[in-house]
Design a protein around this ligand. Structure first.
Ligand SMILES: *Cc1c(COP(=O)(O)O)cnc(C)c1O
Length: 428
């Protein structure tokens, strides 16, 4: 047996990996021996299963032509629904409440166009000042389309420390003029998890519709959207879900809202048995499928078939359990090894409030990230001074966590970052 008095040795990290019940999944991914990939919360890696289902889909086009819409192992005409059903357990929904369609941004547009009404005299949307920019741009343009000035009609909850949101501040901002609330489930920088259940309850007490952006939580933490009675949600599938660059996104609409006319309709909003009637009067689907618009991007859906099968086998609870252990271990190592180098940890320390990534601030962040890359570690730089490091449960290891912290320590100690400019590249 190893010396358990020291949790902070590489041998101990290796022992954690040996005991890891999810360890086998790493073998299913394309992982370079030369690098440590800690950017799975920006773009997840390719798995062999995702590759296979993409190739199958490509071949169904090759072999069947137009008949691929209705024939073959995964008929394209039903693929958005089939995948919605496959994903539903990850958000705690029934299969008809989820559809794979659009992107985060287009789904947000669709949901606001469908569920923002000013008929009750309420005409403002509540968001937060730490929101991902695309969400804010979408909300601003939706308000403008209704003739409302975003400067006065988009209310942003402020953050007391610039990194986290206080749920009491959010609740206090749920005033009588708010018609709709859009919040992230997990903040993309600090990784803070918002209490979706509590916020939904408070919003509903005040007759406000509430929706969540799940980009950083889907595939990383469990959700119970239906039990919490969330009105709607939307997300991308290329981060923790490893659906590939530009993978088709997803949305959830609570059963209570079935029958709601889609704000942005198209022929794929149709009831499937009526779509090819080619009628000019839309008979919208009576489930989440109504919020689709046009022809699905079949090849950008295909990898998700393989990828989601891994989430089912691994189980989101086990994924979350390992993820918490990885980030906890990493934070402990950062406390211990990097204490002399002016890093500030911006994550919540409490595990139940923390998502799947670490967010460090440092005034030299841009060039520290370049030095990490030179050391074959793939981080994620967030302007102006943030370093995101995501040890992903399905394919990263405790040993990698240990190695990354040691590499970072060496970079700081030897001032390796000083040979780079402290400026970001075009992407991140
Ligand atoms: C990644 C991300 C997006 C991306 O939106 P796309 O429409 O997929 O480009 C939006 N919101 C959040 C919070 C994100 O993390």
């Amino acid at each position: 047996m190893l010396d358990h008095n020291n949790k902070y040795t590489r041998e101990y990290a290796q022992e954690l990996d040996e005991k890891d019940p999810l360890a086998a999944f790493r073998e299913e991914f394309y992982i370079s021996d030369e690098q440590i990939y800690f950017d799975g919360n920006s773009l997840g890696l390719l798995s062999k299963r995702a590759e296979q289902t993409l190739l199958k889909m490509l071949h169904s086009w090759r072999d069947r032509g137009i008949d691929g819409w209705t024939e073959g192992e995964y008929p394209w005409f039903y693929l958005s629904e089939t995948l919605g059903e496959q994903l539903a357990p990850l958000v705690g929904a029934t299969k008809d409440e989820v559809i794979m369609t659009g992107s985060t941004t287009s789904n947000l547009h669709q949901l606001v166009a469908s569920f923002f009404t000013t008929s009750s005299g309420r005409n403002k949307i509540l968001a937060d000042e730490l929101a991902f920019p695309t969400d804010i741009y979408a909300l601003q343009s939706q308000l403008k389309l209704r003739g409302l000035d975003p400067a006065t009609h988009l209310v942003k909850v402020t953050s007391q420390d610039g990194h986290m949101l206080d749920e009491d501040d959010i609740i206090a901002a749920m005033t009588e003029d708010i018609a709709m609330i859009i919040l992230p489930s997990i903040l993309y920088r600090s990784g803070q998890i918002l209490d979706m259940k509590k916020l939904t309850e408070e919003a509903h007490k005040r007759n406000i519709v509430i929706g969540f952006d799940l980009c950083h939580s889907i595939g990383s933490i469990p959700h119970q959207l239906s039990e919490w009675d969330v009105d709607f949600a939307f997300w991308c599938n290329y981060k923790h879900l490893n659906g590939g660059p530009g993978a088709v996104g997803g949305l959830y609409v609570n059963k209570r809202h079935f029958g709601q006319t889609p704000g942005l309709a198209g022929w794929f909003s149709s009831r499937k048995d009526r779509q090819f009637d080619m009628d000019h009067e839309l008979t919208a689907a009576t489930d989440a499928g109504a919020f689709q618009m046009g022809t699905p991007h079949v090849l950008s859906l295909a990898p998700l078939i393989g990828s989601l099968s891994m989430f089912h086998e691994a189980g989101i609870d086990r994924i979350r359990e390992k993820s918490v252990k990885l980030t906890e271990y990493m934070l402990e190592l950062i406390d211990l090894e990097l204490k002399d180098y002016q890093f500030i940890i911006r994550n919540p320390r409490e595990a139940k409030m923390r998502g799947g990534h670490i967010f460090l601030e440092h005034k030299e962040a841009a060039r520290i990230c370049k030095a990490l890359k030179e050391n074959k570690i793939i981080p994620d730089f967030r302007s102006p001074n943030g370093i995101r490091l995501a040890p992903v449960a399905l394919y990263n290891t405790f040993t990698e966590v240990w190695d990354v912290v040691q590499k970072l320590k060496k970079i700081m100690k030897e001032e390796q970052y000083k040979k780079f400019e402290n400026k970001r590249g075009v992407v991140a």
